[in-house]
Design a protein around this ligand. Structure first.
Ligand SMILES: O=C(O)CCC(=O)C(=O)O
Length: 300
């Protein structure tokens, strides 16, 4: 139930997905939103990314489950080292779709900066996200997802073999036959090692500023890259009662630079947080209605 105790409701700075977009997501298991970020925002995103990558910050210890590829630079928990991601995370064009898909209850579970350098074979095998326990859960098509990722494209990925995201439409509702700790999908990886992508798969062709939203259960991988370094952000989201993926809590100085909406999206309920806040957040509609830009709180 949403909180109606606030006297004057603030108008949202974001728009929800249309019914057609929601239906498309439910059926295909992804949404390709075009031109969410302007060329100027993309330029700032690239600048922030280049600074983060150059600094090589140690933001999170390695975990056995992390897929390692030598042609990939991946900085996890990137928000802890740069304020340059804040405007993307707090952007109405991204918050609106997430508020719709996650039913108004949005937590950021991880923030990654990702550079895919050149490699003439697939950069990442077919897999699902979130580990084997999450992989075995299956939702009904019309259910809000458990977890989604938003991939923000900052460079041109319109040609095949430019590190394209690969996906199988509709696979978000199908439990793979193969089962392993890494959640690899062996029935598709054997052909991928020969450079083959099945006819029923989609090779995503994205332009700078586009966003791809998909749930943890969608079968996906990454194609070879023979063009130019591919640069993206990947943000992972779930509801506030879930545990973050690449941080426990964000440090006070990181939260202090953010808008109230963004702080809430990092699961921050302030010093007097009640354990039940994560299940029944008070004032959720109000806090999520506007972000830093419209609230006049500059986030970078
Ligand atoms: O780099 C990509 O396009 C996708 C990365 C990926 O598969 C993942 O983070 O799970």
């Amino acid at each position: 139930m949403s909180d109606t105790s606030t006297a004057a409701r603030t108008a949202n700075d974001w728009s929800p997905l249309t019914e057609a977009q929601s239906a498309e997501y439910a059926e295909r298991g992804y949404l390709h939103l075009r031109g969410v970020f302007s060329p100027e925002e993309v330029r700032r995103g690239l600048e922030a990314m280049d600074q983060v990558v150059a600094a090589q910050p140690k933001t999170l210890a390695h975990h056995e489950s992390f897929y390692v590829n030598e042609q990939t630079v991946r900085v996890r928990n990137a928000v802890s080292t740069t304020a340059g991601l804040d405007e993307f995370l707090d952007h109405p064009g991204l918050v609106g779709p997430l508020m719709t898909l996650l039913n108004g209850n949005v937590q950021i579970l991880s923030t990654e900066v990702l550079v895919r350098h050149l490699q003439d074979e697939a950069l990442e095998p077919w897999h699902t996200d979130g580990g084997q326990y999450l992989q075995r859960l299956r939702l009904m098509a019309e259910s809000p997802p458990i977890q989604v990722k938003a991939q923000v494209f900052l460079t041109d990925v319109t040609r095949p073999n430019s590190g394209n995201f690969l996906l199988v439409p509709g696979s978000h509702l199908v439990v793979p036959e193969s089962m392993d700790y890494m959640c690899n999908i062996e029935e598709l990886n054997e052909p991928l090692r020969r450079g083959e992508v099945p006819d029923h798969a989609l090779i995503v062709q994205a332009e700078p500023g586009d966003v791809l939203i998909f749930p943890h259960s969608l079968w996906h991988g990454v194609m070879a890259n023979t063009t130019q370094p591919r640069k993206t952000f990947i943000f992972r989201y779930g509801q506030l009662w879930q545990r973050p993926y690449d941080y426990a809590t964000q440090p006070r100085e990181v939260l202090d630079r953010m808008s109230p909406r963004l702080r809430r999206m990092f699961g921050d309920f302030g010093e007097d947080a009640h354990p039940s806040d994560f299940y029944k957040p008070l004032g959720q509609d109000e806090v999520m209605s506007v972000g830093g830009r419209t609230a006049g709180q500059v986030s970078r």
